[in-house]
Design a protein around this ligand. Structure first.
Ligand SMILES: [Fe+2]
Length: 351
């Protein structure tokens, strides 16, 4: 039996970022992109109980690498007691990596199971995240991915953010594709969790509601009536299910794919892969039973759900050409074998 611990301070508000003015901190580190620097500087200066702060801009175009994390850490001239991350997945992942690696000696020694063998001497700092994109679930997860010659996973309950602030104004710059694929990634997180061995009764109960909500969100995004609150709701719960119950075949294959072709965008890739992979799984009796157990009680036909998903989300993907050029690398995908999928057949449908 697995317990599910869900323990967050969460806030959703038009001007949630103003909460910074109420923070108490002796040494506050803020990681953000340049676009928010001015407002963050004003908020920290106007806070009564912030005594020392530093804003470090994340001005790199790529996901965090070990060199980027080392560079960020070199700019910090105090020991932070609070870290605030404002921005997208790379910024949130960097803030977690700084918390994990601040006291670590470089070069890092990497464990056999991809995680860093760290000295576990994580920085004792409160982590506050203010996300500006939806879908990845980085704001609720206990992990951070950094790139070296391969992807390195940092995962620890110490990396779960202590506070999440959803500031509705920050999402105004999201474009249509970011919303679509953000929702796609969230839905894939929910569906993939159904296959997790860690899945227990309490989350199964919640999954029914969440999948029903996802179905409605798909319809809303199709007729352009989706609200940012709807996307945040999906991102939050999708992130929690992914974090607690790990990922399934679409994520495993997408991660392997991004190793062979770094141009693949995670949210597009999983959105595109979901329909073919899950219809392949659904053709097998045991899987069908498992999936029907979750969809039937909410009165939704799984094939209808997947059709709507494909029509709304994955059809728009530009990833088709990337997949077709990577076919030789991935037709023997180990994740595909693990999940007993005929990946060669699946990929050939994309060409
Ligand atoms: Fe994902």
């Amino acid at each position: 039996m697995n317990y599910t611990k869900i323990d967050f301070n969460v806030l959703m508000n038009e001007n949630g970022i103003n909460v910074i003015k109420t923070i108490r901190s002796n040494n506050l580190l803020i990681i953000s992109s340049r676009r928010y620097s001015e407002i963050l500087n004003d908020l920290a200066l106007n806070a009564k109980n912030i005594f020392n702060f530093k804003i470090v801009d994340y001005n790199y175009k790529s996901e965090p690498s070990i060199d980027i994390i080392k560079d960020l850490i070199s700019k910090i001239d105090f020991v932070p007691d609070t870290i605030i991350a404002v921005g997208g997945g790379s910024i949130i992942d960097s803030a977690k990596a700084i918390k994990a690696l601040f006291n670590e000696n470089f070069p890092l020694s990497i464990g056999k199971r991809k995680n860093i063998v760290s000295n576990t001497d994580f920085l004792n700092a409160e982590l506050i995240v203010i996300p500006s994109v939806v879908g990845s679930g980085a704001e609720v997860s206990s992990s951070s991915v950094i790139l070296d010659s391969k992807k390195i996973y940092l995962a620890s309950p110490n990396l779960v953010p202590n506070k999440i602030i959803y500031d509705l104004n920050l999402y105004k710059t999201l474009d249509h594709d970011q919303k679509i694929f953000g929702l796609g990634d969230s839905i894939v997180h929910l569906i993939e969790s159904t296959f997790s061995k860690l899945n227990n009764g309490i989350i199964r109960l919640q999954l029914n509601n969440l999948l029903l909500n996802s179905y409605n969100n798909l319809k809303k995004i199709k007729d352009d009536s989706i609200l940012i609150e709807d996307l945040i709701f999906s991102s939050f719960w999708g992130g929690i299910t992914q974090d607690k119950f790990l990922v399934g075949p679409a994520h495993c294959i997408a991660h392997n794919l991004s190793k062979s072709n770094i141009k693949t965008k995670h949210s597009e890739c999983v959105s595109f892969l979901l329909p073919e992979i899950y219809m392949d799984l659904y053709s097998e009796n045991e899987n069908k039973k498992q999936i029907d157990n979750i969809f039937k009680p909410i009165g939704i036909d799984f094939e209808k759900f997947i059709n709507l998903f494909e029509l709304t989300i994955s059809n728009k993907s530009s990833i088709k050409s990337i997949l077709s050029t990577s076919i030789n690398d991935i037709s023997n995908d180990p994740a595909g074998k693990f999940f007993k999928l005929n990946t060669k057949n699946i990929y050939e449908k994309y060409i």
